[in-house]
Design a protein around this ligand. Structure first.
Ligand SMILES: Nc1ncnc2c1ncn2[C@@H]1O[C@H](COP(=O)(O)OP(=O)(O)O)[C@@H](O)[C@H]1O
Ligand SMILES: [Mg+2]
Length: 272
């Protein structure tokens, strides 16, 4: 077994670094419902880590714990080797962790460009007061933020719709705009909750390519929830399998695919 501080090189030549995030014995309850039951797993730097499992397994809840949306009743989250105290989502975001949502959460009336700009809020430091006095500083910040946003828009190939109100876009493109907004924050960890749900084959292929390129070019660590097993097997370095709030498998796509508990609970049954 690889030590948590060690790195390794994948078959396709990417470097996977030491453990950057560790979930230790996490339990999360909603009243009587145990959404997550004593789950431990880690995420390595530069890794594409998938979380899979049937509906209601607790996958979104797990991403919500990582993003600070929920604080678990039991267990600890370690980030870069340090135990993380209970945090608000904005505090987690400040640490360089960005996310997308299972249900698209964009400003429908705003243009693609403006939506992606909102991903830079964390980087906008100049207060209104400061802006009124040190106009130059605020302008310099605005220019720098624009540069990042334009780079992301180019990268995700959405130049042609930059002025379009998001509400007018087809579903697949909305998902891509949401990804752009998250990427605009220049996160070190990106959490994607079903980035390909509801997409057609071609849109899924595009999204897969963007996820791989992002990981490759910017070294972004990615944790994603995905239902399409083909996509998961192609994309991910390691997979956590959840079922009824419990972890029933954890390993490489091959290991998980051959794990009987996983086959029984997940692969053998149909899902929407
Ligand atoms: N905010 C909430 N309040 C009450 N129950 C919740 C809440 N969020 C999730 N749950 C419950 O927790 C369980 C896991 O849900 P979820 O994490 O959304 O699963 P998944 O993303 O794997 O489909 C489900 O039984 C769900 O009904
Ligand atoms: Mg979910």
């Amino acid at each position: 077994m690889l030590d948590s501080a060690e790195s390794y090189t994948t078959e396709d030549g990417r470097t996977i670094g030491p453990v950057v995030m560790e979930m230790k014995n996490i339990t999360l309850r909603f009243g009587g419902v145990v959404a997550i039951q004593d789950i431990s797993f880690d995420i390595r730097e530069g890794e594409i880590r998938a979380i899979i499992g049937p509906n209601g397994a607790g996958k979104s809840s797990m991403l919500n714990v990582i993003s600070g949306f929920y604080n678990p009743q039991e267990g600890d989250v370690f980030y870069k080797g340090k135990k993380r105290p209970p945090m608000k989502p904005y505090q987690v975001a400040r640490q360089g962790i960005a996310r997308t949502f299972q249900n698209i959460a964009l400003f429908e009336g705003m243009s693609v460009l403006d939506n992606v700009m909102t991903g830079r809020i964390r980087q906008m430091n100049a207060s209104l007061f400061a802006q009124s006095i040190w106009k130059c500083e605020a302008e310099r910040e605005e220019v720098a933020n624009r540069e990042v946003v334009e780079k992301v828009i180019d990268f995700l190939e959405i130049q042609h719709i930059r002025k379009t109100p998001v509400g007018r876009l087809p579903y697949g493109l909305k998902k891509r705009v949401e990804l752009a907004r998250a990427l605009a924050a220049e996160p070190s960890i990106l959490l994607l909750d079903e980035p390909m749900a509801g997409m057609n084959v071609e849109e899924k292929e595009d999204m897969s390519r963007f996820i791989l390129d992002m990981n490759d070019e910017f070294g972004t660590t990615i944790a994603l929830i995905e239902h399409d097993m083909g996509v998961v097997m192609d994309l991910s370095d390691r997979v956590v399998v959840m079922d009824y709030g419990k972890k029933i498998g954890d390993g490489t796509p091959d290991e998980v695919r051959n794990n009987q508990a996983v086959i029984d609970a997940y692969l053998g049954v149909a899902h929407d």
